[in-house]
Design a protein around this ligand. Sequence first.
Ligand code: PRP
Length: 211
Amino acid sequence: MRPLTVAVPKGRVLTQLTPLLEQAGIDTVPLFADDRRLIKETNLGLRFLLLKPDDVPTYVEYGAADLGVSGRDVLLERLYDLYQPLDLRIGRCRMVVAGRAATPTPAVPRVGTKYPRVATEHFASRGVHAEVIFLQSSVELAPLLGLCDVIVDIVETGGTLRDNGLVIHEEICPISSVVIANRAEFKLRRAEVEPILAALRRAVEVRASGT
Ligand code: PRP
């Protein structure tokens, strides 16, 4: 049987995930080895895949990875069939509607966002039919140039909004990173998965209690 395979996002969240993995007894040194290998073998019979955040749920849903770590923003935007057994309480931020302070939002607002489904559903839940414009990055730029009236995006420190003269109009939901699991593999490999999850759960609790 192949080693238990865990898909994790490269970048900011990996930095926050590393101490939790270490606390759970997982050697993270191979994850940061100075090579171009995309599969990183480590202890406890585990191997890690380092992926772009948006790709992690896809690998897990199709069973190419058994477990993964994903932001709830990615999970909210696309409808994956995944089990979410543990909130890691890292990668914490908020999904918000933001825009210029003084500009009233028109009846049919134009909304710039990386999260078209979240944005459409949010405005629809308020009875507003928004015109949603998909943007890949630097979403804060769009209202400054009149491309849209407001944006729907994630805010962590608030620095990007502030530095671009934008303010939060409304909070949609809190976001954090969670463990995701392939439903079938979770059942088939439960004996291997449960101890890893239990160790991670303890690591999250230790971090939360500051001990
Ligand atoms: C994210 C998000 C905001 C920013 C918020 O973008 O889309 O632009 O971080 O963080 P802050 O509240 O701490 O300023 P990211 O840095 O991932 O880059 P991107 O614009 O290329 O998506």
